[in-house]
Design a protein around this ligand. Structure first.
Ligand code: COA
Length: 158
């Protein structure tokens, strides 16, 4: 991802949050997250965060179809965001983005993520890719009252 992708990624991310999480956490919490974290400027700032990497998947005509963001925090690699536009889900784009993240971080022992309880499609996707449930939490990141599941899988050493 480069700063030139930020507006398109912001639109994808906002729409994906509205569509996926409104039924699970309500419109107010979704709007607050979109406001504070998913604007184009915020995504450009994320590009410069140490130990992080942002990826986009584009179609042949240059449309942004998917986005992934990963970061190492306190020695743990987190897949913080993985979003594929609805019309491109089931196409393999998510597999490609996950693969890009894992290749980028070869040498890290494992990759972890939080998935909001009830996001069954995402859970199924991660299980398919070798992630196991390791913890259940009453809050997802900084979002109070939204239960989350921590999943993890080992990473190849070479
Ligand atoms: C999560 C996401 C990246 C996965 O990408 P994808 O292209 O949809 O993934 P796939 O189609 O390869 O895999 C999803 C699996 O869930 C299954 N699935 C589809 N709808 C489902 C549902 N309602 N409940 C449970 N499983 C479902 C699919 O059949 C598939 O499993 P299969 O390959 O065994 O048939 C994508 O759905 C997405 O962007 N979702 C919205 C954002 C999101 O939730 N991101 C994850 C944040 S943790």
């Amino acid at each position: 991802m480069t700063p030139a992708d930020a507006e398109a990624v912001s639109a994808l991310l906002r729409h994906s949050w509205e569509r996926t999480y409104t039924p699970l956490m309500g419109a107010e919490k979704v709007a607050a997250q979109n406001e504070s974290k998913h604007g184009a400027q915020s995504l450009v700032a994320d590009l410069a965060r140490p130990h992080s990497e942002s990826f986009v998947a584009s179609t042949e005509n240059g449309t942004v179809a998917g986005y992934a963001y990963a970061i190492v925090t306190k020695g743990v690699l987190w897949l913080d965001r993985l979003h594929v536009a609805p019309e491109h889900q089931g196409s393999g784009i998510a597999d490609g983005l996950l693969q890009a993240v894992m290749v980028n971080y070869v040498g890290e022992p494992s990759i972890s993520l939080e998935v909001i309880e009830g996001n069954n499609r995402a859970m199924r996707f991660y299980e398919k890719h070798g992630f196991d449930v390791v913890e259940r939490k009453s809050a997802c990141g900084s979002i109070d009252g939204v239960p989350a599941i921590v999943m993890r899988r080992p990473l190849s050493r070479a």
